[in-house]
Ligand binder design. Sequence first.
Ligand SMILES: [Zn+2]
Length: 55
Amino acid sequence: MDERVCVDCWRRENLTFAQRLDPAFVKPGPVHRCAIHQAGHDALHGGGDSTPQAA
Ligand SMILES: [Zn+2]
């Protein structure tokens, strides 16, 4: 079973707005994002991730 939790969803569920802006409140462990937040993350960083996709 995949128990990974999207860090952005986790922050939304567990942190206040102010806490979400604080780097100190980062969920420990491997970073995982759901499809929605991963797309937003890619857009935010110009989509230059090291995850090449075949055409
Ligand atoms: Zn999410």
